[in-house]
Design a protein around this ligand. Structure first.
Ligand code: SME
Length: 150
């Protein structure tokens, strides 16, 4: 199965998982579904709370709990309001290494009512794991989540 086919099969399953009426429950199941399907190293959410990113539901090793606006890949995606794909974390100035195992990363902002309310962060132990296919599907997923959850 290509990556595109995997995402395309996973999306309807994920759609069925969101809209429970509770944001944390929805984010938890989305993180678990993505993590289980692709075997990423770390998959989870940070929520915008009182002007910083706070760790939300995730799958994988323990992670930093708070990230400031504009800091690291997550804070940068929040500040820019757009997806950030990092093929090699060592080449990203200010990357926050929650785990020394992480080699590449994608962070997708979740927009709701004109502002970023959370980010979806995924880390891989392989370099250059994420590309435009991931960006496309994960942006769609975050738009869907925002519509039904936030
Ligand atoms: N690497 C992220 C921090 C979060 S962890 O990867 C889970 C960053 O630079 O923002």
């Amino acid at each position: 199965m290509t990556k595109d086919e995997k995402y395309s099969a996973l999306m309807p399953r994920i759609q069925g998982l969101i809209g429970s009426g509770d944001t944390i429950a929805d984010m938890a199941n989305v993180a678990a579904a993505l993590h289980g399907e692709f075997g990423f190293w770390w998959t989870g959410f940070y929520r915008v709370m009182d002007g910083e990113l706070v760790l939300g539901p995730f799958q994988g090793p323990v992670a930093c709990t708070r990230i400031a606006y504009g800091r690291g890949v997550c804070g940068t995606a929040w500040q820019r309001g757009e997806t950030v794909v990092v093929p090699d974390v060592e080449q990203f100035p200010g990357h926050i290494a929650c785990s020394s195992e992480s080699r590449s990363e994608i962070v997708v902002p979740v927009w709701s009512r004109g502002s970023v309310v959370a980010v979806l962060d995924i880390d891989s132990r392989e370099p250059a794991t994420f590309d435009d296919t991931d960006r496309h599907w994960l942006e769609l997923l975050c738009a869907n989540l925002a519509e039904n959850t936030f």
